[in-house]
Structure formats: C-alpha cells, structure tokens
Design a protein around this ligand. Structure first.
Ligand code: HEM
Length: 505
C-alpha cells in the first residue's frame, strides 16, 4: 500500500516537473533572443482572455502599442507557439513583397489526405499554392467580373425588396439579410446554385454557412488556434477545417452541379464554369496558360467552398459596417447619396458596373470602413529559412510564424490622425499620397494577397449604393456606437448586431 501511494506521488511529481520545465523552456524563447514581449502565462501564452473578454485584434494591438517605438518585431505566444509580431511598415514590405519567397506560406492547417477539401488556395503551400494561384488568377480579372455583374445586380434588387419589407414592420438587424444577399451571389456564381436564401429557400445553405461562421462559440476559436500552434498533433488527432456535415454538403451540391453542367453542356459566365474548364482542359477559354496540368475534382470542390466561405461574410460585413457608420454620420450619407444620383442620372437611374467605378466618394467610404473594420484582422506568414530582419539584430527562425496585425496598423496614430474617427476624407488621392505605403492593407499584401479583392469590392459597393439610393439609414436605439465587437469569433462582428432603421426615399 505504502509503495503504491509512494509510486503515484513520485509519478505525479515527475509529471508536474516535466510540464513545468516544458513550459518554462517554451516561454523563454523570446527572452533568450532579447526580443521584447509580454510575459506569457500558462497555458494560453499571450492569449489570456481571448474568446471571453478580448478579441484577438485587441490582444495583439495591446502588444503592438506597447513596443512599437522600440522594436520592429515583438514576441507573442499562441499557447506555446512563438509568433513574431510585426510593428514596422518596412518589415511588412520586406516580408510580404521583397523577401516573399521566404514567406510564401501562411502556416495554416491543411491535411489533404484526411480532408481533401482543406487543400484550398488559402491553406496550400509552396508549389501547390503557386500552381493553383496561377490557374485561378484569370478567374478574377475585371473582364470576368463584369460578366458576373448582372447576377450581383439582379440579386441586389431582391435585397432592396427584402430590406423594404422588413423595414415596414420595425427596425432590424441588417446582418441576416446582407448575409443572405452575399450567400445568394456567391452560391450562384461559385456553385451554380440559385439558392434564393433571401426568400428563405435552401435553408440548408444558411445552416452550413452558420455552422462555419457562427453562432459564436469559443470552443471553435480554441480549436482554430490549437491547429495553428500544433499542426502535427492536429493532423494526428484528425482535426478538420470543415465539419463532415459542411464537407458532405458542398461535395454533393457542387459535385452535382458540375455533373449537370458537363452532361448538359451548360456554359454560364461564372466561377464554376471557369473551374470546370480548369478541370477538363487545364486552362480558361481565352486565357493563355503556361501550365497544362488540370485541376482534379477535389481541387475544384475545395476552391468552390473557399470562395463561398472567404467571399460571402467578408462582403456582407463590409456592407453592414459601412451602413452603420453612414447611419451615425448623416453628412457623409447625404454627400454619398448626391454622388450616386449624379452618376446614375445618365443610365436611367440604374447602378451599372461602369458608374459604380466612377463613384470616388463611395470608394473613399468603403476604404475607410475597411480601415476600421477589415475582416482580415491578421496577415499570416511562415518563414521557410532563418531570416535576418534588416537593420536589426532579430533573426526569424526557420519554420516560425509571423503575424502582421492589420488592425493595429490601421489604428496606429503614427499614420492616422484621430484613428477612431470614421473619416472618408483620409482616402482622397492627396491624403493617400501623404501617407507611407504598407500601413493600410485590408486585403493583405504582395503576391499572396486576396485574390477576390475586386469581386468583394464590387459586392460591397453595389450593396451600399443600392441601399443609400433607396433609403435614409438611421441607427436604432439598440445600435451601440462605438461598436462593441464579439470576442468569440476570429473575424470582426458586433456583439449585438447591426440594428438600423431604413426609411424609403
Ligand atoms: C471585402 C471583402 C474581402 C476582404 C476584406 C478580404 C480579405 C482577405 C485577406 C486579408 C486575405 C489574406 C491576404 C494575405 O495574406 O496577404 C484574403 C485572402 C483570400 N481571399 Fe479575400 N477578402 C475579401 C473578399 C474575398 C472574396 C469575394 C473572395 C472570393 C470569391 C476571396 C477569396 C480569397 C482567397 C482565395 C484568399 C487566399 C489567397 C491566396 O492565398 O493566394 N476574398 N482575403
């Protein structure tokens, strides 16, 4: 008996000592290299309070602000994973552009053997990424987007009708209608599925979308950071980017539509059609391709799901945050309405692809929204080799992750006067010329930036312009300003929704 108790106590002491030494060793990483950092705490490192009290962007911004005058790069612990957090614009340029080849990867969790749909452009690495980026770039040219504009415009009319119906009853949270609008756009162009979720059809699509994007759940947040910090363990545990339900749904719907189109020779001008061409011929009609290799069916499915997930929430959030700021800034809203009316008077009061691009003030407004509320709160990169940061004694070690905290740069008073103020005048050509480059990057930077930027901007601009053309937007009493963000999700989302009033003009 004595020996059993003695053995258990000894094992416990050994185990605790091992855990203590393991964490002590891990948490001395930046100390040993003389890189400034905030002392990490067991077991989350510097993620204390994430998902409950703080959003990731608040936590990284605190560290950034504390050290931005003394170092180009500071240390940050994601659990025990050491992260190099960038605080200097020259270093942003070096990592995303000048030395891109050393930072081509994001270090995002991918496990194609166990989960083929995880092999999408956002997660893939090195030559697999280069191959796909080359193949997919022609999908997003402005000529191709112009062909898809009629879908955006047709669905925009339904969006306005829905907003009008709802506003007759009371004020409402715009996010649901805006999400359905962008889900309908992307499902039409990326899957060939006319989902009509705005009119409450195909609820299963909204269900899978919600499963991925919400409802807020801090467990999902932890899994996400865990997969980034421990990719090998995550692979061994067969963790997945998408649940089985989400994967099965997309495989069936998109796979079915591909088969239907192939069997019926159905050639529409949309993303899915171009993906099918890449699968069957290795190139898109009218585009020259230096690489003849074709895409596999799984590769096509993975990209379609990525377009859907990367494209719908980002665009609908841009619409909602912009309209909320316009509700609180009536002078800006009035000025925008005047611009819209002026630009559409010669096109029978219709918004067109061309006149949307002539609306400079609208462009300034969307840019300012994306400064304050970009969905890509962090640009992620991973070092392939040891990298000496120019003009410093810092070496980023091979295999380490680098985080560029977008919102910290977007609110840095070294570049923006009164950064918490919504002020579209910051984006006139004169003001842009006064600022240094690489302090504003809502779509990321360099060759690995957002491939869907143009498409996202057209969606957001069309959504905002069609609402402002038709309604005066004011805030409901429930709408808090400054907007309080939900700490439980990795992107930006208000804690209590976008409560707005819409008065028909
Ligand atoms: C307002 C809308 C959008 C915002 C703010 C946004 C933001 C971003 C950001 C910050 C990145 C990471 C860039 C980097 O690491 O340098 C990214 C990547 C990406 N985005 Fe977007 N995005 C938007 C819309 C879209 C749309 C509409 C699509 C597709 C239909 C899309 C597809 C992608 C893809 C595929 C990547 C990965 C690119 C690669 O790794 O090569 N995005 N986006």
């Amino acid at each position: 008996m004595f020996w059993t108790v003695y053995t258990i106590i000894s094992i416990l002491i050994l185990l605790i000592s091992f855990i203590y030494l393991f964490f002590k060793n891990k948490y001395s990483y930046f100390e040993d290299q003389g890189i400034p950092h905030i002392k990490p705490k067991f077991p989350l490192g510097n993620l204390q309070g994430i998902g409950s009290k703080f959003h990731l962007s608040d936590i990284t911004r605190q560290v950034y602000e504390k050290f931005k005058h003394e170092a180009k790069i500071v240390g940050f612990y994601n659990f025990v994973q050491p992260i190099y957090l960038v605080t200097d614009i020259e270093t942003v340029k070096v990592i995303t552009v000048k030395d891109f080849n050393n930072f081509v990867n994001r270090g995002f969790f991918v496990n194609e053997e166990n989960e083929p749909l995880s092999g999408h452009l956002f997660a893939l690495e090195d030559d697999r990424w280069r191959f796909l980026r080359n193949k997919l770039s022609p999908v997003f040219t402005s000529g191709k987007l112009k062909l898809m504009f009629h879908t955006i415009s047709k669905l925009g009319d339904k969006f306005i009708t829905k907003v009008e119906e709802k506003s007759k009853i009371s004020s409402f949270d715009l996010k649901d209608a805006a999400s359905r609008y962008t889900v309908d756009i992307i499902s039409t162009v990326a899957f060939g599925m006319e989902s009509n979720t705005l009119n409450y059809e195909h609820q299963e699509l909204i269900d899978v979308f919600s499963e991925f994007n919400g409802p807020p759940d801090s467990r999902k947040m932890f899994t996400f950071f865990f997969m980034m910090a421990f990719p090998k363990l995550a692979k061994a545990l067969k963790l997945r980017q998408f649940s089985k339900k989400v994967s099965d749904f997309f495989t069936n719907v998109v796979g079915g539509n591909i088969k239907y189109r192939e069997d019926n020779d159905d050639n529409r001008s949309d993303f899915l059609n171009m993906l099918i061409q890449l699968k069957n011929k290795g190139s898109i009609d009218g585009e020259i391709s230096t690489e003849s290799k074709k895409l596999t069916l799984n590769e096509v499915l993975a990209q379609a799901i990525l377009f859907f997930l990367a494209g719908s929430d980002t665009s609908s959030s841009a619409i909602c945050f912009t309209l909320t700021e316009l509700a609180f800034n009536q002078d800006v809203q009035d000025k925008l309405r005047l611009e819209i009316m002026e630009k559409i008077k010669n096109t029978n009061w219709e918004l067109t692809y061309e006149n949307l691009h002539e609306m400079n003030y609208l462009n300034q407004i969307i840019n300012e929204t994306l400064r304050m509320y970009t969905q890509g709160v962090m640009v992620l990169r991973k070092a392939k080799e040891d990298f000496q940061v120019p003009d410093s004694n810092i070496v980023i070690k091979k295999g380490s992750s680098v985080w560029i905290p977008t919102l910290a740069f977007h609110f840095d008073d070294r570049f923006w006067e009164n950064p918490t103020k919504f002020d579209p005048e910051r984006f006139t050509q004169e003001e842009i010329a006064k600022r240094p480059s690489f302090c504003y990057f809502p779509f990321g930077e360099g060759p690995r930036n957002c491939i869907g930027m143009r498409f996202g901007l057209v969606n957001a601009k069309f959504g905002v312009a069609s609402i402002i053309k038709n309604f005066k937007v004011t805030p409901d009493a429930r709408m808090k300003h400054p907007i309080v963000m939900n700490p439980k999700v990795p992107h930006l989302e208000p804690k209590d929704g976008f409560w707005l009033n819409f008065e028909k003009i």
